[in-house]
Design a protein around this ligand. Structure first.
Ligand SMILES: [Zn+2]
Length: 200
């Protein structure tokens, strides 16, 4: 029988089967996740190979936490990410809005992740109302995902004039191949910032 290894990605430390991982990696996890793993662990599951669904969910939550918080360390590639307020982020990832307007230009080209900003106040509700008025055929959702990665797109060009009905300026980032991705909570930043890439 092969040795039981630490579940931290890339760690090859052999650990007793009943433990999630080696001591140093186990204590890298936040307490609430350690508690979750401990609470859902069923004695003997490593022998019977039938961990509870709760344990599997806890183990997945741990891997997600590691990918989000220790990406550099475990070699997950990082990717350019841009935070965009709703409803614009939704409109972009669903293929409606092909221009992202900014008052700054960029020389970046290529695929990037779209982060939906956390803010949703009066200004955003007014933007929603404006979209409904100008583009009545678009069925907007009742609620928008806020504060996390919601999709990706390719940035083809940065221009100061464009015929798209979405172009406002000063600069328009010309977008293509946008698509929604499963929501992943993440703290946004101004301008392009780097986050762990999404496996697609
Ligand atoms: Zn380890």
């Amino acid at each position: 029988m092969s040795a039981h290894r630490c579940h931290w990605p890339g760690c090859s430390s052999a650990v007793p089967p009943a433990l999630w991982g080696c001591r140093s990696h186990w204590f890298r996890l936040p307490k609430h996740l350690r508690d979750l793993v401990t609470a859902t662990y069923r004695r003997g599951q490593e022998i019977t190979k039938d961990p509870s669904l709760e344990y599997v969910a806890a183990a997945n939550a741990v891997q997600e936490w590691i990918r989000s918080n220790c990406a550099d360390e475990i070699g997950v590639p990082m990717i350019h990410t841009l935070s965009i307020l709703q409803p614009w982020a939704w409109l972009i990832v669903h293929g409606y809005k092909d221009i992202e307007n900014r008052d700054w230009a960029t020389s970046f080209r290529g695929r990037f992740l779209i982060h939906a900003g956390k803010r949703f106040g009066r200004e955003q509700r007014e933007d929603v109302a404006q979209v409904i008025q100008r583009f009545p055929a678009i069925k907007l959702p009742e609620q928008f995902a806020l504060g996390g990665i919601v999709g990706d797109a390719e940035l083809l060009d940065c221009t100061d004039q464009h015929s798209s009905p979405w172009f406002v300026g000063s600069f328009g980032f010309v977008l293509a191949n946008a698509r929604p991705l499963p929501f992943r909570a993440y703290t946004g930043q101004l301008g392009f910032f780097r986050t762990p890439d999404v496996k697609s």
